[in-house]
Design a protein around this ligand. Structure first.
Ligand code: SF4
Length: 381
């Protein structure tokens, strides 16, 4: 495979190709060249080479269920079409009860789900006990269901609820209640200029990394995202990737857990205060996934979250550095406004396996920690 990678159109990629073939780490300058090149096919081929070194032709998916517990939020990030302000009339604002969430989890487990993925807005009134009760109730209902819940933003919000707690206390209490891992949301773009302009009241890079550092020290695995295609520059995307890579180096060397997966999330303008922006194109999506695979040499997995990329583009991305297709999802409120009001966003296992096989890959069901599962090839959900 390695010798088959040939530079077709862009000599600037030749030194990068040599580095990739030698397994050497790429620099910021290399990242700039990868973003600048018009030779998207060689970029994809290099990313696919790295992906195949790790995983061959396997492409992972899981059977999961997303649950959003509330869309009320004390913040108003400019790229968000999900949050509803608390205290003002909102016909579509909601808070799900612990019992309701436990019932959704039970229903998902009965249909073959191995994971619930739970995130929500920053509700000003819910006490910390709501979140621990939520984990405990799911754990009691479904002892084997993996609970992946709460972005770093939510964890910091919980720590500020009275009485104030440290990040370690919050994470320890949640883990004791049943939490298994953290999703990677809320990272957005780490750069301070973007932070000030697009989400200045939300936590910045330092807090985000603090939460993931403590999680890794406690042995709680986590994931990482990047919301791209709004007001950030290519340079700011690359710096974001390099900061993640640096954190991962330390976690792998010194901590009890690390990032499992990187998930590039395309900004979807519709329904947000930044609706005048065009958002990323399909080629920008592909390029970003490929660049992520090449730059993040210490991340095991790169995911195409099909709900935001579309199933078809996620399928194409499986040959542009991506090895994980995410899961069945079932319900995803975060981008429902952008999706034209529809929030039931589900693929069945046979549909996922067909898309993966159509990309020339071998579909492999995984659990939340990327252990391969025996699968019957499509009886679930
Ligand atoms: S992105 Fe998250 S923190 Fe920001 S307004 Fe939306 S729900 Fe709230």
């Amino acid at each position: 495979m390695a010798d088959q990678v040939r530079i077709i159109g862009d000599p600037a990629l030749e030194p990068i190709r040599q580095k990739v073939l030698a397994g050497q780490r790429l620099s910021l300058e290399d990242g700039r060249a990868l973003y600048a090149t018009r030779d998207l096919f060689t970029l994809g081929e290099l990313a696919n080479l790295v992906r195949e070194r790790r995983w061959g032709r396997k492409a992972f998916y899981n059977v999961n269920r997303h649950i959003n517990y509330t869309n009320y939020c004390v913040l108003q990030c400019r790229f968000c079409g999900f949050a509803r302000p608390f205290g003002r009339p909102a016909t579509d604002g909601y808070v799900r009860s612990v019992e309701e969430i436990a019932a959704l989890a039970r229903q998902a487990a009965q249909r073959g789900a191995t994971e619930v993925h739970i995130v929500g807005g920053l509700h000003p009134k819910l006490p910390f006990s709501y979140y621990t009760d939520l984990c405990r109730a799911i754990r009691q209902e479904c002892p084997r269901l993996h609970i992946k819940a709460f972005t770093a933003v939510e964890i910091v919000h919980f720590a500020r609820l009275p009485p104030r707690r440290s990040i370690a206390e919050v994470l320890s209490a949640l883990r004791e209640a049943g939490l298994d891992s953290l999703p990677g949301g809320g990272a957005e773009i780490f750069d301070q200029r973007v932070h000030r302009a697009a989400f200045k009241n939300k936590i910045g890079a330092q807090h985000w990394f603090d939460v993931h550092r403590v999680a890794h020290e406690l042995g709680i695995p986590s994931n990482a995202t990047m919301l791209y295609g709004h007001i950030e520059s290519v340079e700011e995307r690359l710096t974001h990737l390099l900061e993640l890579r640096q954190h991962q180096d330390v976690s792998l060397r010194e901590r009890r857990a690390a990032f499992q997966c990187f998930v590039p999330l395309p900004f979807i303008p519709h329904g947000t205060p930044l609706a005048h922006l065009p958002g990323p194109t399909g080629l920008d999506d592909l390029r970003t996934m490929a660049v992520a695979r090449l730059m993040l040499d210490n991340f095991p997995h790169i995911k195409a979250f099909w709900v935001m990329h579309s199933p078809k583009l996620a399928q194409v991305a499986l040959n542009w550095g991506v090895d994980d297709f995410d899961g069945t999802v079932v319900w995803y409120d975060i981008t429902k406004a952008q999706a034209g009001g529809g929030n039931r966003q589900q693929l069945t296992v046979p549909q996922i396996r067909r898309l993966i096989a159509g990309a020339g890959c071998q579909p492999v069901e995984r659990d939340s920690l990327y252990h391969e599962l025996e699968t019957c090839g499509g009886a679930k959900q």
